[in-house]
Design a protein around this ligand. Sequence first.
Ligand code: GLN
Length: 455
Amino acid sequence: LLDRVESHAALGAFLSVDADVALAQAAAADAWRARGVSGAGHTLLGVPIAHKDIFVTRDFPSTAGSKMLDGYRSPFDATVVSRLASAGAVTLGKLNCDEFAMGGSNENSAYTPARNPWNTDRIPGGSSGGSAVAVAARLIPAATGTDTGGSVRQPASLTGITGIKPTYGRCSRYGMIAFASSLDQAGPMARSALDCAHLLQAMSGFDPRDATSAEQPVPDFVAATTTLREGATAEHPLAGLRIGLPKEFFGEGVSADVLAATRAALAELEKLGATLVEVSLPRTELSIPVYYIIAPAEASSNLSRFDGVRYGHRAAQYKDLNDMYRKSRSEGFGTEVKRRIMIGAYVLSHGYYDAYYLQAQKLRRMIADDFQAAFTQCDLIAGPVSPNVARPIGSQTDPVAEYLADIFTLPASLAGLPGISVPAGFGAGGLPVGLQLIGNYWQEGALLHAGHALQ
Ligand code: GLN
């Protein structure tokens, strides 16, 4: 596996690999197995994984895809990292991503873009692009990602793998380098819904070190994936399941090839027993301005800690303290990160706060309410993940056009709802298309079940 990672280095999936660490962990897993330690609590014994470089790790550098944290070593492991390690997983290294998870293409990585294994001139999506590439190229069976506005679901969709963003609060954010704290969630990315269930099982659960972590019981996701609902049969495992199709997700703005693949996957779900009903999420379009106010606002605050004093990059020469701040941040942050810090500082500033940030917060609540209205008519919501298949690397220079492509992932993010992307088929150029399923709060099991039935 380490050789395969090495021979596929040109894909840009990994930012760091440490064979010594990985082999030591593998030897420990072998020793556990020899002692008969497997089963409960060690469900991932010996399974090779890697983490998005947003999670801090003691054994590997943690860069968040930024020059700002080049070579940074954390003195502790993120909760998600230590939970997966306790379950027996073996970590190979850290995965490429857009700088501080800001982006949807991995082109914003300060190190190297990641390449889509289906066509290496194409983006793999982002910001968890390295995670998607590593799984899609079969370098590792599973990886962690993070999703603030779609960063697990969208790269999963564009590389033909499965990725689930759990309900906000399901996985601890402790040790996840913060982008937009009210939206950030960890999520597994793997080949199948069942593999995602295995990872999510280990990753989930209350953590007193994250104030927004929910004291919510963790169900058996693996069992939920395969257990039939009441009235369902092996032939019709989704009998009785109502799937809502928001009409705003199927209008203009979705390319014909993505729409065709999405509809074909929906027809499959119908064959499996599900009923399709039309619903409405009337504020879908507003999710873009709302997200691109709230996320930069929180980012501008979170990223103020990178000041050249406590972490990471510090300018070599400076006149005084302010000059040191200015130079360190100018040199350490990339263009997109700077753009977001400036937007965020602007919308939070005196005189503009009410007009932008407060308005966005009110609309965010309404977007969440729209979902609750829709869930009176259906159990799950389905639609596309991304309006297009993976575009060529370097083909998008307009940041606003790039933001618009997040339209189908942002609503669930703003509402804090769980969402999964499962492979739906192929679109233009033979490139993968994902189907998105969104559930109500804490319904990850239902998403994994439907995703598994489709696979
Ligand atoms: N593409 C979105 C953004 O750029 C989502 C990123 C994410 O989920 N981390 O903010």
